[in-house]
Design a protein around this ligand. Structure first.
Ligand code: NCD
Length: 320
């Protein structure tokens, strides 16, 4: 792996290798001294053109636990056209000696553009590009699922698991990356959304699509992933009649959560709209792994940085 841009670039073996490294990283994080010397002397730049709390902090924590230096570059609010600003920023980062760039942008394809533009030679990690992909989020979700659904085997895939992903699929890079990764790992995925929040073309994705949450939950899924309703991307409105109507039909209420099998877990990438797409009591219930997802994020991002930057991991590099 030279970059980490899209789950679509990964083989099943690549994905399992990152998960295995993340498992190893998790073990190191229960020691009294959690900092590893692996990336001492390297500089990781967090280039965020879009708001983020947990993803940026998670990448920062992951890089620091591996002893890398971190520069946070928050480029939000720039009025320069995206292509120009991205190019100038890349040239600046290259000149400053960045060894890897973690990029989040509202533009789909921004990370791919940086990686293949020739403006910068270093590994690029996609921390979310528009409604396209969020590959490290999908990896942390798979990592968390595997720990709960396959606790006896830390090297297992997710063959046979059924995951229901619910909500604003249209604007969700999390849903897209998860569909690709979960199916790569052998799981079955059902997307549930109001018709206006299903992307054109989703019928070609390797998953089922339903407009009926109760029917999807009645199949007894192993995991239910709720998506945030991304109101900031709904310019013009009209995606659903009212917030109350959305909640009634697509929200994970306490009553709905009670219909799930005992072993089923509830997930959300955050930030949550409590009381809208998920009831607060469900988010705080024993079957919720939402806080654990945040912890998994650090292990997975340590693993990705390790695969891209550690000299011992790069001895036999494979270019995607
Ligand atoms: C997601 C994102 O930014 O794509 N959040 C995250 O990374 N934890 C989902 C969202 O914003 O709803």
């Amino acid at each position: 792996m030279r970059h980490f841009i899209s789950i679509a670039d990964l083989t099943r073996e690549d994905a399992l290798a990152v998960l295995a490294t993340a498992e190893h990283m998790a073990q190191t994080q229960s020691r009294s001294i959690r900092k590893l010397p692996t990336l001492v002397g390297t500089t990781v730049v967090n280039l965020f053109f879009e708001d983020s709390t947990r993803t940026r902090i998670s990448f920062e924590a992951a890089a620091k636990r591996l002893s890398a230096d971190v520069i946070n570059f928050s480029a939000k609010g720039s009025s320069i056209s995206k292509g120009e600003s991205l190019k100038d920023t890349a040239l600046t980062l290259q000149a400053m000696g960045a060894d890897a760039v973690v990029v989040r942008s509202a533009s789909s394809g921004a990370a791919h553009l940086l990686a293949h533009s020739g403006w910068i030679d270093q590994p690029i990690i996609n921390a979310g590009d528009g409604a396209h992909e969020h590959p490290t989020q999908a990896m942390l979700d798979a990592f968390t699922m595997r720990r709960h659904l396959r606790p006896e085997d830390p090297s297992a895939d997710l063959a046979g698991a059924h995951v229901v992903i619910v909500g604003d699929v249209l604007h969700s890079r999390v849903a897209r990356s998860n569909v690709l990764l979960l199916t790569l790992l052998g799981a079955r995925v059902t997307l549930v959304a109001p018709p206006a929040l299903v992307p054109v073309g989703a019928s070609a994705w390797p998953c089922e699509i339903s407009y009926d949450l109760d029917a999807a939950l009645a199949t007894g899924p192993d995991a239910v992933m709720m998506l945030r309703v991304q109101s900031e991307r709904m310019v013009g409105g009209g995606f659903f009649p009212t917030a109350g109507e959305y909640s009634r039909r697509y929200g994970l209420s306490a009553a709905r959560a009670q219909t799930l099998p005992d072993h089923a877990i509830v997930m959300h990438p955050g930030p949550m709209n409590r009381g809208f797409e998920i009831d607060g009591s469900v988010a705080d219930s024993p079957r919720s792994v939402i806080v654990e997802q945040v912890a998994s994020g650090v292990f997975v991002r340590m693993a990705v940085l390790y695969h891209l930057l550690a000299t011992d991991a790069r001895e036999a590099p494979r270019d995607h």
